[in-house]
Design a protein around this ligand. Structure first.
Ligand code: FE2
Length: 369
């Protein structure tokens, strides 16, 4: 694929594709397109939903970030659940943008916490869904229905690929299959949203970046072995041939290994700080995700790595290799959430105590000025 074809491919996905540094596709290199990576002056990242809520977590001004905790609001406590949702507010000069990234498991949790945090989600300039697991999209379909007509016209939801809208299950140790949901694209479009597939790195709302589909470059980050996709009909968006590099012949309804081909990370380039990378659930690997954003932008400096790192069930060896890679990348801060696991949080604290910021639902981290 040459550069022209690559840009054309990006163009039909609905976002502005950016290329930084040198991007290699199919063994060929595409030259850099300078000046397309937006730099924001300020980013306020609010964790709307996470697995944890710690009423005793303390606010703190650290070296280059401000961590603001939310004490229990009177009459409307914050709810925690197995899920993740963010509100992202950025400033670029006088230009303000708000983006919603992921939507928790249940609408009741999502709407309770938006209200408790005094956020108005329908002011959003764009929506991003990281991947097709229900603990990230679960709150969205019903919320889109009850808020229909209140959003900005033409509001776009950015997904990383067709497989975001395929049926997921996770195998239990007992051999049973746990339903992980199926996000209905037509339903969202019926609620008034535009859906864009950002398979390549894409600028969102002029301020944020999505990683595009994430190259697997490490030898220790593997897709969770229990994750499965339900194959759809041949020629449908969920036919097995769409499940990335996994070339399988599967009949509709059969379960195939999930490689999370369409999972993407979100990032901001913050002035005088560097990149803030948000992994969401990190099935593609937190290190792969971070390296992908570095390569796509041509920017090496990582200010913070934020999100679920999906290492809760990882071996000690994989945790050690991940933390060693953190030390090599040398971010200013690591904010592990959701599916990261206590094992990795403890190892990060042991190796890089001053870089670790503990998660809690309702936490707002201010990056930049
Ligand atoms: Fe998750």
């Amino acid at each position: 694929m040459n550069r022209r074809q690559f840009l054309k491919l990006g163009g039909v996905t609905g976002g502005a594709v950016f290329l930084g540094g040198v991007w290699r596709m199919g063994g060929r290199s595409a030259s850099a397109q300078s000046g397309t990576v937006p730099t924001v002056d300020h980013l306020a990242l609010t964790t709307v939903v996470d697995n944890f809520y710690d009423a005793f977590a303390r606010s703190a001004k650290l070296d280059t970030i401000n961590v603001q905790r939310t004490v229990l609001p009177h009459g409307r406590p914050l709810l925690a659940e197995h899920g993740l949702a963010y509100h992202l507010e950025s400033m670029r000069g006088q230009e303000r943008r708000e983006i919603l990234l992921d939507f928790g498991y249940r609408m009741a949790t999502l709407t309770n916490n938006y209200a408790a945090l005094k956020l108005e989600p329908t002011k959003a300039d764009a929506l991003i869904i990281s991947h097709g697991h229900i603990d990230h999209f679960g709150g969205l379909p019903d919320f889109a229905l009850v808020t229909q007509g209140r959003w900005k016209p033409g509001l776009t939801l950015y997904a990383g690929g067709e497989d975001t809208f395929c049926h997921r299950v996770v195998m239990n140790p007992s051999g049973g299959a746990q339903d992980y949901g199926e996000l209905n694209r037509a339903g969202l479009e019926g609620s008034g949203f535009r859906v864009a597939l950002a398979k390549q790195p894409t600028v969102v709302a002029g301020h944020a970046l999505t990683s595009g589909q994430i190259a697997r470059t490490t030898d220790f980050e593997q897709s969770p072995p229990a994750a499965r996709l339900v194959a759809g009909p041949i020629d449908s968006a969920c036919a097995a041939t769409h499940f990335g590099a996994t070339k399988v012949e599967a009949k509709p309804g059969e379960l195939v290994f999930d490689t999370f081909q369409g999972e993407h990370a979100t990032a901001y380039h913050v002035k005088d700080r560097g990149l803030v990378v948000i992994t969401s659930c990190g099935h593609a690997g937190v290190i792969n995700s971070t390296r992908q954003v570095q390569k796509a932008t041509g920017i090496q400096k990582i200010h913070a790595i934020v999100g679920g790192f999906h290492l809760a069930v990882a071996t000690d060896e994989i945790v050690a290799k991940t933390v060693a890679a953190f030390k090599d990348i040398n971010p200013d801060y690591i904010i592990p959430m959701h599916c990261t696991g206590l094992n990795t949080i403890i190892a990060t604290h042991r190796e890089m105590p001053k870089k670790l910021v503990m998660p809690s639902t309702g936490t707002r981290v201010i990056f930049g000025a």
